[in-house]
Design a protein around this ligand. Structure first.
Ligand code: GLA
Length: 674
């Protein structure tokens, strides 16, 4: 992991939390820029991201640059005291480039060329794209490395968002080279891919194609390796551009991640990528119609904090209100913007940045909210933005502190996610993300902070580790969990975990293969449930999605399936491993059942739970080693109470013993040292 350098950015911002967002001045006449800077000052904006989609204007023709307008923008911002996260503008090649190099356009799995006219229309393996981005990056960093407004570099934008894997011939050849490096000899590939099946045996690497659309299911290990390759290929693009920036400038370099939203269709292995970030940054957008979207936000932020090794990270984008790309773009309710921003900060962000500064009047995103709405400053959103700016100043003393007190980790391996999304599995209803969310939510409701970790990470600081549907498990990951449990830890393992090895081969001899000795429960057959079906359990409510036929070997049965196809078979078991305890859950519990089980497990593992009322009062703490701050965010419709002593930085009020957080309210309490 590279050293995280967020503190250099906040130092450049005089110790303040970064506040601002994407600024696209090229969409507006220059007289508007003056108003922009004035209003940024009024709102307390201190950092804007400039140039993300500016390639077409910065390089009007190949090798000829027009930096005049960008010079003027950066000078204006600097004169206004606003710092810049400067993009290298490589996210979207201009139309002239795609016309000159049509072979650089991406090709989908059906062999259809994706046109330019939207964004990110390039093949990551294209040598033309790579040399053009290297030239552009060099030109930009040479010109602006010494500009006093610039405090960090922003490479590209949301890798993998729209440039999903490319299946063209150039990508195919790069895939062959990647496979040759990985397997060295073709027989090793045949073994890993199980090509004895369906006459898929390969004699030479150059026979292999990307997993293009075929008559039916393409070889799953080929698909998995292609996801790994596609992530590596985009990472090579990032690294090449970041290296150029670092060669010319000492400032930290990042690119904006998209949290949990990356699946097999848009492969990015963020754990691997995080090692190459000088600071981890993330974009998060609420799913407006999800009634518990604030919990999903919390989970995403916890994941990003894991990528940043627990240190402060950058919230590079979120929205002040509605987005434009969901089926129904529901606007945020009053106070929701404030709660969302402070949630990210409560979970480790030292920045609250948005897409975007000024709402666009043209283009596909003209209905996307912004800091400055179409209606201008006489608007609720603007007033909330100004208030948020003041709140961030009021809590600035938390800058540099870290989220503390996480006694629980949830395991999330990228390969497990990708492999769980391959074709032809027992049921389409089994979702690693849903299962992860179920367990995170159960802990969230109790106010228990969770970290995200890989199975192979050092888990020794945790009391409880949850393994939700980690379908693919390496030997190293299984060993790590075994030693965690053996040394006294508590582990919860759910159905569809440890089923295959890293080549997506079934681990034979009974499920959950990799974890059989840990669970002490042997499953012999899966019985997925019908859509919407629930089967009763003898305890902890009912199960959904999955049921199983099995029996305890060394485990104790806590609940059986009371109905359904596997009535009498164990649904939840507990096993002693060394000095630790392993729970196995063979179905998807309801939120109430998960909460009940989690509460019992926390008590049995002596993990403290905050004293608070209400499931929707979100509690976290940050610490700088000397002081601690408690963040209490009430998403519920009733006032809620938490036990805490200290001073609420947002109001200046002292709290003694208990603090009441009004429905929709937020408190950030510097705690009294006992
Ligand atoms: C992403 C992109 C932005 C913008 C927003 C809209 O986060 O990075 O350019 O398109 O989505 O929500």
């Amino acid at each position: 992991m590279r050293k995280q350098r967020m503190s250099e950015v906040t130092s450049a911002l005089s110790g303040q939390i970064a506040f601002g967002g994407d600024y696209n001045p090229e969409q507006w006449p220059e007289h508007v820029w003056l108003e922009d800077v004035r209003l940024m000052q009024e709102a307390g904006v201190n950092l804007v991201t400039v140039g993300v989609f500016s390639w077409a204007l910065l390089e009007p023709e190949e090798g000829h640059y027009d930096f005049g307008w960008l010079d003027r923008v950066l000078n204006l911002l600097h004169a206004g005291g606003i710092s810049v996260d400067l993009a290298n503008a490589t996210a979207t090649p201009p139309p002239w480039f795609s016309r000159a190099y049509p072979q650089s356009l991406p090709v989908d799995e059906r062999g259809v060329v994706r046109s330019y006219g939207a964004r990110q229309a390039f093949c990551p393996s294209s040598p033309d794209y790579r040399s053009a981005t290297a030239r552009l990056t060099t030109a930009i960093v040479e010109r602006y490395a010494a500009h006093p407004a610039v405090v960090m570099w922003h490479v590209h934008n949301e890798y993998g968002c729209h440039n999903q894997p490319c299946y063209c011939e150039v990508s195919g050849a790069a895939f062959q080279r990647w496979l040759e490096r990985k397997y060295d000899d073709i027989d090793a590939l045949n073994e890993a891919w199980g090509t004895a099946f369906w006459s898929q045996h390969y004699y030479r690497f150059d026979e292999i194609t990307p997993p293009r659309q075929s008559g039916t299911f393409v070889n799953p290990t080929q698909v998995l390796d292609f996801a790994r390759f596609s992530s590596d290929e985009l990472l090579d693009c990032y690294r090449a551009e970041a290296d150029i920036l670092r060669a010319h400038s000492p400032l930290p370099v990042t690119t904006n991640f998209m949290g949990f939203s990356m699946g097999l269709d848009k492969p990015i292995d963020y754990w691997a990528w995080a090692d190459h970030m000088d600071l981890v940054s993330n974009d998060h957008y609420l799913v407006a119609e999800d009634p518990r979207n604030f919990q999903e936000l919390a989970m995403g932020a916890d994941f990003v904090r894991g990528l940043a090794s627990g240190g402060p990270w950058v919230l590079m984008e979120h929205s002040t209100s509605a987005v434009n790309w969901q089926p129904r773009n529901i606007a945020k309710r009053p106070g929701e913007l404030r709660r969302n921003s402070l949630q990210h900060i409560a979970r480790g962000a030292d920045a609250a940045l948005f897409f975007q500064w000024r709402a666009a009047k043209a283009g596909s995103e003209k209905f996307h909210s912004a800091l400055l709405p179409h209606a201008g400053t006489d608007s609720r959103v603007w007033r909330e933005v100004v208030e948020l700016g003041a709140d961030l100043v009021a809590i600035a003393e938390i800058v540099g502190s870290r989220v503390c007190g996480a006694a629980v980790a949830i395991i999330h391996d990228t390969d497990a996610r990708w492999a769980s999304e391959l074709d032809s599995h027992p049921t389409i209803d089994a979702s690693l993300l849903n299962e992860t969310r179920l367990w995170h939510d159960a802990l969230y409701r109790l106010g228990v902070t969770t970290d995200f970790r890989r199975s192979t990470d050092d888990l020794s600081s945790y009391g409880l580790v949850v393994v939700p549907m980690q379908y693919l498990m390496t030997d190293a990951g299984a060993d790590s969990l075994k030693s965690f449990a053996g040394n006294g830890g508590t582990v919860v393992i759910t159905y569809q975990s440890g089923i295959v090895d890293e080549d997506d081969h079934i681990r034979l001899g009974g499920y959950p293969g990799a974890f059989l000795s840990l669970t002490g429960t042997r499953i012999e057959e899966f019985y997925p449930l019908h859509e919407g079906e629930e089967v009763e359990l003898t305890r902890y409510g009912s199960g959904r999605v999955f049921s199983e036929l099995g029996r305890p070997l060394t485990s104790e049965v806590l609940a059986e399936f009371a109905g359904g196809p596997t009535a009498g078979s164990p649904a939840i078991t507990r096993n002693r491993v060394g000095t630790g305890t392993v729970y196995y859950v063979g179905t998807s519990l309801t939120p109430a059942g998960a909460r009940e089980l989690v509460t019992e497990i926390l008590t049995a593992s002596s993990i403290p739970v905050p004293q608070k009322s209400g499931d929707d009062l979100e509690i976290t703490r940050r610490s700088d080693g000397t002081r601690t701050w408690l963040f209490a965010i009430n998403h519920g419709s009733a006032d809620a109470v938490v036990t805490v002593d200290g001073v609420d930085l947002l109001t200046g009020a002292a709290t003694e013993g208990t603090l009441t957080v009004a429905s929709g309210g937020v408190a950030v309490v510097r705690e009294t040292v006992a």
